[in-house]
Design a binder for this molecule. Structure first.
Ligand code: 9MR
Length: 384
């Protein structure tokens, strides 16, 4: 075994030991903590020397209709991402018509509560209206026409919030599992099937975002970077390509939509270290852990309805214990690499607001902290 291997083994031993110790402590003190939920520490304080802590917010939170979720947000988060309200489809559903209400509400809420704002997201193959890729006759746009449309959208949206947004997810989910670029309309139309032009839509998106708000940080964001090394290598290539052209990129977001039974530590370490070695910040941008044991469990949001995704198995003690272990595993890795991690954002505030249903977050459907919450706090204490 070489020295690198023994260092990795030692680190993994440490993570396994932390999971066992944290698991025992959480079980011993869980009951006491649960009865005194108001006294729980604020996550943003627990991690104040390590990284920002945030959540994805929906419009019920920012308009005050979900007061309990808003209270969790104000207490625990110092950064937030709009779960849906800044996406192309929400802001610019039909040509030339912009609806800013929801995005403005999100930005105002964050500013009022001194929460750093992440804009999500500018160029994505999903939640973008069909008209974007077509001309008036319904035919596919030319490369130049689509570039012009993309520029107009970025300049308008980023320009409106200039100086108020910490960073933008400029390009979202552009990669396949094998690290090649996804065959989206962005790639097909702007890339014109040519290898030389394949990064053009990404380059231009970053250039224009920078032009529209020169002080905003700019990120590439994707899922599965922790499960596929090839995909992670693809993200590294995007960063290196942009840097080689002198185009600003500040960070890469590892979404980290995890699931209960899949070990994540090795792949996550690989992703963090290889992305950080390019010199960019690494962020966990959409953290949750899928617990659903019944019904539809895929990623097709068209088939996931928040109201019917309650899963009784997701609430049982065994699942909650596994969930706490999983979060301990994840935060052990993040704390080992805290120098490289800038921010950790949960994809939702509490289970009742999660896009996947089940019990994937730190707060349950009654807004109470779960064993997973205490697992995370205990893990932070272990790394002090
Ligand atoms: O959580 C979001 C859900 O409410 C939307 O219906 C869905 C639409 O595609 O997008 C979800 O958020 C996604 C995020 O914007 C990008 N990464 C994957 C997230 C989960 O699908």
């Amino acid at each position: 075994m070489n020295r690198d291997n023994s260092a990795i083994e030692a680190q993994q031993m440490k993570i396994r030991r932390t999971i066992t110790i944290v698991s025992i402590v959480v079980q011993l003190f869980g009951v006491v903590y649960h009865t005194a939920a108001q006294d729980i520490p604020a996550l943003k304080d627990v991690f104040k020397n390590d990284f920002l802590i945030g959540g994805a917010l929906n419009r019920w939170v920012v308009t005050g209709r979900d007061t309990k979720a808003a209270a969790i947000t104000k207490k625990h988060f110092n950064t937030a991402t709009a779960e849906n309200d800044m996406k192309w489809q929400s802001i610019n559903r039909s040509p030339g018509r912009y609806n800013w209400e929801a995005a403005d509400n999100f930005v105002d809420f964050c500013e009022k509560n001194r929460i750093s704002i992440i804009g999500h997201c500018l160029v994505w193959h999903s939640q973008v209206p069909r008209w974007v890729f077509r001309d008036n006759a319904g035919d596919a746009l030319t490369r130049d026409a689509l570039l012009a449309r993309m520029k107009d959208h970025i300049m308008t949206v980023v320009g409106r919030y200039k100086g108020r947004i910490k960073g933008w997810d400029v390009v979202n989910e552009a990669l396949n599992e094998n690290g090649t670029l996804r065959n989206s309309q962005w790639l097909r139309i702007i890339g014109e099937g040519s290898e030389e032009k394949q990064y053009d839509f990404i380059e231009n998106a970053f250039r224009w975002a920078h032009k529209a708000d020169p002080n905003a940080e700019l990120y590439y964001n994707d899922y599965g970077l922790e499960t596929s090394k090839a995909k992670c290598d693809g993200a590294v290539e995007i960063v290196e390509h942009l840097k080689s052209k002198g185009i600003r990129i500040d960070g890469v977001g590892i979404q980290l939509h995890d699931s209960l039974d899949r070990p994540v530590a090795d792949g996550l370490e690989y992703a963090i270290t290889s992305l950080a070695s390019t010199g960019v910040k690494v962020m966990i941008t959409e953290l949750d852990v899928r617990t659903r044991t019944r019904g539809y469990r895929g990623a097709d949001v068209g088939r996931t309805n928040r109201r019917n995704t309650r899963d009784t198995n997701a609430d049982d003690a065994e699942t909650q214990e596994k969930l706490a272990d999983k979060y301990t595993e994840i935060f052990s890795v993040l704390l080992e690499h805290k120098e490289d991690i800038d921010r950790v954002t949960f994809w939702g505030v509490y289970d009742g607001a999660s896009w996947i249903g089940g019990s994937p977050l730190l707060f349950d459907r009654d807004y109470r902290p779960k064993d997973a919450f205490f697992g995370v706090v205990e893990t932070a204490e272990k790394y002090r």
